[in-house]
Design a protein around this ligand. Structure first.
Ligand code: XCC
Ligand code: SF4
Length: 638
């Protein structure tokens, strides 16, 4: 009892935790029900100040060593490691882990594709032959007069090098604008294969190996690039081939997509194959019959986080919310089953699911959770897993206990702007062309392009920075591209619609109204950040905006980031030539040489650079100032 009071005292009011009304309602309900959520754990778990400054090292047992961020050069580790070495090594391991996550995801999808083109797997297929040909052309694979299956086999073999190649340049180097690639070659950061790069980071950051922060950052760049232009890009391109390239589609977001009189199933995670298969299970006539026999009107399949964003962008599947809402949604009591695969799956979900009687299942051999039932998803027999999830959900619906409270909040938006569709939309009917986009940038109607992406997290008010930042950018005629949890934040704010053009500056509004597009384009999941890279390459190739990605009037941001994947993403944007601003926190000690290297010197090397701000309006203007600087250099500033 005393403990509960103690907890209550420290709790942050729900509306200070989030700007998402539905999530706030569920925070309050959870507190009434005595259930602890991520927001409450964050309030009682203060972040470690030394770790927050990345001023500690535990790479060997002579330590752990803690340096003083207030006097960063006053002390070194037991081995003599300086603050710059320690920070660079910590940063490198974040890049390695983040890149490994995207790489492992991409490699799984590619493996599945291999099974399909070899004829071993009949549950999936080549759906988008256009995309198949396009990827083959990029990789310089012969397509004339060849069967799709054969072309696919060559693509599979070539792209496997993204992961396994030991020497030489990785396959999608062919997709990189020439001058950007030249810069990479000059600094020796063209990735070989992702596994090699990640292995080398782990080696170089072992005690007593690489102790020169600049050299470590170089390997960070090479590894991060093997994620963005490698692991992630393969995941996106191959998913497009197997499941279809997204085109604009209407979709509903927020917790109001749950239906009290339906069996509600949520899929939360990152890999599209589980989701694609569960879509088949939930629309199966016998399953729908079984749901009806249990008293439900039907089965309601809903996504969360990144695989949710991907399925929403590809098929218009409704989306219940981003990372900060995954526990809160269970508080509705309306979720009959939640199936998860990999990444961003909080262990805390288990307890919350227990409290509300939701059936929670892990499905991927890489991600078990102690005490949570595991039903393994096997690509060679996908329905075995997904059917079982649906059957368990139906039986939970039948036996629902406790009250159900579904927030009414729901917004409709347009999602699914692939790089291909952006060209098609602006290029006019039957023409895919980036010429009109570049022209509108050159004539100043569109000032520049910004990618706003990444997580939500409890150290800042959920969704707030995303929404304020994006509003300020479009107000200043910056076209915004979005992925992941950020896209969901803006969708929940009701801004992924053409009518949002009235919040845009005159120039951007005019372009949006002419084309009928929103000023904020939702592209999909985290791995779909690779779509931003390919769109940027297309802008460079189209001409008039310089010769490398670093020349473009463009910038990126992840204002509420939290995962190591976000660091890998941020760094591959930086290494690709993009000024990238993070918010909420940054694992660095200010005023160090390492800080100066990331925030200034990388740009002098012809790459992009990092930035940081905790204020969304300031962040927007840092990005706009950079865009204006690039416009100036291109001689296109009005
Ligand atoms: Fe995870 Fe990808 Fe971050 Fe969301 S944005 S919290 S990484 S789900 Ni991608
Ligand atoms: Fe300390 Fe050096 Fe060991 Fe790190 S590697 S824990 S700085 S002695």
């Amino acid at each position: 009892m005393g403990e509960t009071k103690e907890l209550k005292k420290k709790l942050t009011p729900a509306h200070d935790c989030t700007t998402c009304e539905a999530t706030a309602q569920m925070i309050d309900k959870a507190r009434r029900d005595g259930v602890e959520l991520v927001f409450d754990r964050a309030a009682t778990m203060k972040a470690c100040p030394i770790g927050a400054d990345s001023a500690c090292c535990k790479h060997c047992s002579m330590g752990p060593c803690r340096l003083n961020a207030k006097d960063p050069y006053g002390k070194v580790g037991v081995c003599g490691a300086t603050i710059d070495t320690i920070q660079a090594r910590n940063f490198a391991r974040m890049v390695a882990s983040g890149a490994a996550a995207h790489t492992d995801h991409g490699m799984s999808i590619l493996h599945l594709f291999g099974e399909v083109v070899k004829g071993h797997n009949k549950d999936y297929e080549i759906k988008d032959t256009q995309k198949l040909l396009q990827v083959a052309q990029t990789l310089e694979i012969e397509t004339d007069g060849r069967a799709y299956q054969d072309i696919g086999l060559d693509i599979y073999e070539e792209l496997m090098k993204t992961y396994t190649q030991v020497e030489g340049e990785f396959p999608f180097a062919k997709a990189v604008p020439e001058k950007t690639l030249e810069t990479w070659r000059k600094h020796n950061i063209v990735p070989r294969g992702a596994m090699r790069e990640i292995m080398e980071i782990m080696h170089r950051t072992h005690m007593g190996v690489d102790q020169d922060y600049e050299n470590i950052v170089n390997q960070c760049s090479r590894t991060a690039l093997s994620d963005g232009w490698g692991g992630s890009m393969v995941a996106t391109e191959i998913s497009d081939i197997m499941f279809g390239t997204p085109r604009p589609v209407m979709a509903e977001v927020n917790m109001g997509v749950l239906k009290e009189d339906h069996v509600n199933i949520i899929v939360h995670g990152h890999e599209p194959n589980l989701f694609e298969s569960i879509m088949v299970s939930t629309s199966d006539a016998t399953m729908v019959e079984a749901a009806k026999a249990a008293g439900a009107k039907g089965i309601n399949l809903v996504g969360m986080c990144c695989s949710g964003a991907e399925m929403m962008s590809r098929h218009g599947v409704p989306h219940a919310g981003n990372f900060m809402s995954t526990e809160a949604v269970l508080v509705t009591g309306a979720v009959d089953a939640m199936a998860v695969d990999v990444q961003c799956i909080k262990q805390g979900l288990g307890k919350v699911a227990d409290c509300y009687g939701t059936e929670l299942f892990t499905t991927n051999p890489r991600c078990h959770i102690e005490g949570v039932k595991h039903i393994e998803f096997d690509e060679d027999d996908p329905m075995a897993c997904t059917d079982e999830v649906v059957i368990k959900a139906i039986s939970r619906f039948k036996n629902r206990k406790g009250d159900i409270q579904i927030p009414k909040n729901k917004n409709v938006g347009i999602h699914g702007f692939s790089k291909e569709y952006i060209g098609y939309m602006l290029g006019g009917s039957f023409r895919e062309s980036y010429v009109p986009l570049n022209e509108n940038i050159i004539n100043g109607r569109i000032r520049g392009v910004a990618g706003v992406v990444g997580c939500t997290q409890p150290r800042t008010k959920q969704d707030y920075m995303h929404v304020e930042l994006v509003k300020e950018l479009i107000k200043n005629d910056v076209l915004v591209l979005q992925t992941g949890c950020s896209q969901i934040a803006l969708a929940k704010a009701g801004l992924l619609i053409p009518e949002a053009a009235h919040l845009a500056g005159d120039g951007l509004a005019e372009v949006c109204e002419t084309v009928g597009m929103p000023p904020i384009l939702g592209l999909g999941s985290c791995v779909d950040n690779s779509r931003i890279l390919t769109a940027a390459s297309e802008m460079v190739r189209t001409g008039g905006l310089g010769h490398s990605i670093a020349d473009l009037p463009a910038a990126g941001a992840a204002p509420e980031w939290m995962s190591e994947k976000a660091i890998s993403i941020g760094h591959y944007f930086v290494a690709s030539g993009v000024y990238t601003v993070f918010g909420t926190t940054f694992p660095i000690t200010e005023g160090t040489k390492f800080h100066k290297h990331l925030f200034e010197e990388l740009e002098e090397m012809g790459l992009g650079k990092w930035g940081f701000s905790n204020d969304p309006i300031e962040m927007a203007h840092m990005m706009i100032a950079h865009i204006d600087k690039k416009r100036e250099q291109l001689g296109i500033n009005k």
